[in-house]
Design a protein around this ligand. Structure first.
Ligand code: CAA
Length: 386
């Protein structure tokens, strides 16, 4: 039985910051951001959005009344969770109006956890082929104002359904996972912003990619020339280039040219949104499918990485008419509104974060389908925008 991704969708916030404006405000050459880091725009998060509302918004884009009836489990991967006890998935299930008889849980291992969700979902579907598992990766990437990581911030969520006989990407049997206890990026319980050893994290990411891919090659006999695209977790688009070049080296034959072109297509949406943490790899997949030379029957390799650290390389084969199983990301991004640097900084400082006070947010300027309307009695308040 084939198991894999049946539908895939993406949602982000309605606002963005132009990184040329950020570069000027930070007294940095804009080409450092545009070329050196490879980012053009960054999603800005209003106080009315968080991991719950973004995750629900992504899932809403793929939902139908018939699908709602079939979802057995919701796995939500996030490192921007809103509660140390209650799962983000419980809130999302309620906002989507899913059945009471739904299993819900939150998964965490930095940016890797959505891939853990995909692999766990694969197991659940293998034991019950009728079931549909909804996997969501939802995050807000915050490094702090005036930090080296600021340019790589971002926000958004992906949602995918994992089913038998998938209509988008059928997963191959072999995947390779590696993990190590190390400190390249982390966020202590008392901090809203990530702590990061940026150069070290870049090196660890590349090492995990090369090691998991090498083992995958040993186990399957497949080489990089056997892939139509290699897709990466993209904390910033230059990172994917560094990883691919570490593999390809000086090769400049048709196979390596194809992989480089596919990488460029896969980077387009990340350039406009920034780091999604858990959802990032799957936004790369969406970007390749909508901007690259994607065709049914192609074999795609996917490299998932989460700091701390864990990596996984796996692969799948594109299915006929896969293009009908996606939302139109470019059209959605075109509706966003640009904010100034001052407005971005106000939004950044206006998020609920670790505050323990009652607060009520103005939702009138946020057209998103779900809102965080505030906090009362230590409880977050969510509302459907109707
Ligand atoms: N024109 C063109 N390029 C320029 C330039 C200019 N004027 N000025 C600088 N550059 C280039 C540099 O040469 C450099 O290129 P290379 O990396 O190819 O050498 C690039 O711009 C960045 O310059 P710096 O290294 O000087 O930048 P920095 O010290 O400000 O830090 C960073 C960059 C380490 C990525 C930092 O943004 C950071 O810490 N980001 C967050 C951490 C991160 O994303 N790590 C990635 C792996 S970890 C992970 O995957 C988990 C996760 O999601 C966080």
């Amino acid at each position: 039985m084939q198991i894999g991704i049946d539908k895939l969708s993406f949602a982000t916030t309605p606002f963005y910051l132009d990184l040329v404006e950020l570069a000027r405000a930070r007294d940095v050459d804009p080409n450092k951001y545009l070329i050196g880091i490879g980012q053009e725009k960054q999603a800005v998060v209003p106080p009315t959005q968080d991991a719950v509302t973004l995750g629900a918004a992504a899932a809403l884009k793929l939902m139908t009344p018939a699908l709602k009836e079939r979802i057995s489990t919701v796995l939500v991967a996030t490192e921007s969770g809103v509660d140390n006890s209650k799962a983000t998935a419980v809130y999302i299930k309620r906002l989507l109006g899913l059945s009471r008889f739904t299993r819900v849980v939150e998964l965490k291992e930095a940016c890797y956890a959505a891939t853990a969700g995909v692999m766990m979902a694969k197991g659940l579907v293998a034991t019950d082929p009728q079931s549909v598992v909804l996997v969501i990766g939802t995050d807000i990437a915050r490094y702090g104002l005036n930090t080296p990581g600021e340019v790589t911030q971002g926000a958004g969520a992906v949602a995918m359904t994992i089913t038998a006989n998938p209509r988008l990407l059928s997963l191959d049997q072999v995947s390779v996972t590696a993990s190590d206890d190390l400190m390249d990026f982390w966020r202590p319980l008392y901090s809203e912003d990530a702590m990061v050893d940026g150069k070290y994290s870049t090196q660890v990411y590349i090492d995990f990619f090369l090691q998991t891919f090498e083992r995958y090659q040993e186990m399957t006999g497949r080489q990089w020339a056997d892939f139509d695209a290699l897709l990466f977790h993209l904390p910033f688009t230059k990172m994917g280039k560094k990883a691919l070049e570490a593999l390809l080296g000086d090769h400049d034959d048709p196979d390596s040219q194809r992989l480089r072109a596919a990488l460029t297509a896969s980077q387009q949406y990340c350039r406009q949104v920034g780091n999604l943490y858990t959802g990032s790899l799957y936004l790369s997949l969406l970007s390749y499918l909508q901007n690259g030379q994607a065709r049914p029957g192609q074999r795609l390799g996917l490299f998932s990485y989460g700091s701390g650290a864990e990596g996984e390389f796996y692969s799948g084969v594109l299915q006929p008419n896969f293009e009908n199983q996606l939302n139109d990301v470019a059209a959605d991004l075109a509706t966003r509104q640009q904010l100034s640097v001052a407005e971005y900084e106000k939004s950044f400082n206006g998020q609920l974060g670790l505050a323990d006070t009652d607060v009520s947010f103005d939702t009138s300027k946020d057209p998103s389908p779900f809102w965080l309307t505030g906090q009362g009695g230590h409880q977050r308040q969510y509302q459907v925008n109707q």
